[in-house]
Design a protein around this ligand. Structure first.
Ligand code: HEM
Length: 253
């Protein structure tokens, strides 16, 4: 699962892109709310609890940031407007299910198809998830306690640097490296004490591959990561043929 313990002081991350990313969120929430917000009635109490904890986090760790509130916003949307992170609320009923979310920057998946779904159903397109991860992830959720949060990373290569990519099509990037982007998702998981909901945050960092290509060591690691991924995962991620292009780029210096 690649999970590491998280000091809650680092639950959210704030950087110089904040104004730009929050403006993008505002625009998306205005133009395409149905693509970026999905909530169920039963997710409201946990979203309200999330709002309280997020406000407390900003007070403690980023006190200079003024938190504007919009009374008409769903609490999960309110929190998402304060943060560069996207937020998903999961609650246990018959299984762990997604009950509320504001995801402005999905990496080629459609939030509308995931709301109300179980962890297993959400991950249905992920090759091997059912065999290698489903049972451990679900048990991990069962055992997660408010005092111990966790984080993990996911990465991919994409042919677009745009943060908002709701469409499921995963095509291998082509053309020159200047048009490729290395996208890292930093994800966190924490349980809330009152509602026992699990909050899953996703934060995206995107860098042009051309910039990163100046490091031979990075390129070798990237190639290794792609080459050693199972074929089904390479297909899912849109990496078919990418190793060959990277190898040629490395050889050309
Ligand atoms: C320990 C917890 C989790 C693990 C180990 C895990 C693992 C994974 C993996 C391996 C992938 C394939 C991603 C890739 O590398 O591109 C994936 C995709 C995904 N995960 Fe998770 N995940 C976890 C929690 C969650 C949660 C809580 C959500 C809630 C929304 C979620 C939503 C998704 C979605 C939407 C995708 C893309 C699926 C698609 O292609 O339609 N994950 N996850």
């Amino acid at each position: 699962m690649g999970l590491r313990p998280l000091d809650l002081a680092h639950w959210l991350e704030i950087d110089e892109q904040r104004d730009i990313e929050l403006a993008q969120k505002e625009d998306l929430l205005e133009r395409v709310p149905d693509l970026v917000v999905a909530t169920q009635a039963q997710g409201l109490a946990a979203s309200e609890e999330l709002l309280v904890h997020a406000a407390e986090w900003f007070r403690n760790y980023a006190p200079s940031i003024a938190l504007a509130s919009r009374p008409d916003d769903h609490p999960v949307v309110q929190v998402a407007r304060w943060s560069q992170e996207d937020f998903c609320v999961l609650e246990y009923s018959d299984a762990w299910r997604l009950t509320a979310a504001c995801v402005c920057f999905p990496s080629r998946w459609d939030l509308r198809s995931k709301i109300g779904q179980t962890l297993d159903a959400i991950h249905e397109p992920v090759p091997g998830y059912d065999i290698t991860l489903a049972s451990t992830t679900s048990k991990f959720f069962d055992r997660l306690k408010p005092e111990r949060a966790f984080w993990r990373l996911n990465w991919t290569l994409l042919d677009s640097g745009t943060l908002h990519q709701p469409f499921a099509e995963r095509r291998p990037p082509d053309g020159d490296l200047g048009k490729w982007f290395f996208r890292v998702e930093r994800q966190t998981l924490r349980a809330l004490p009152e509602t026992a909901a699990v909050i899953f945050t996703i934060r995206n960092y995107v860098t042009s591959l051309q910039e990163l290509a100046t490091s031979a060591e990075f390129m070798e690691h990237l190639l290794l990561g792609i080459e050693t991924a199972p074929v089904a995962m390479q297909q899912y991620k849109g990496w078919v043929g990418v190793a060959d292009v990277l190898r040629a780029a490395i050889a050309a210096g």
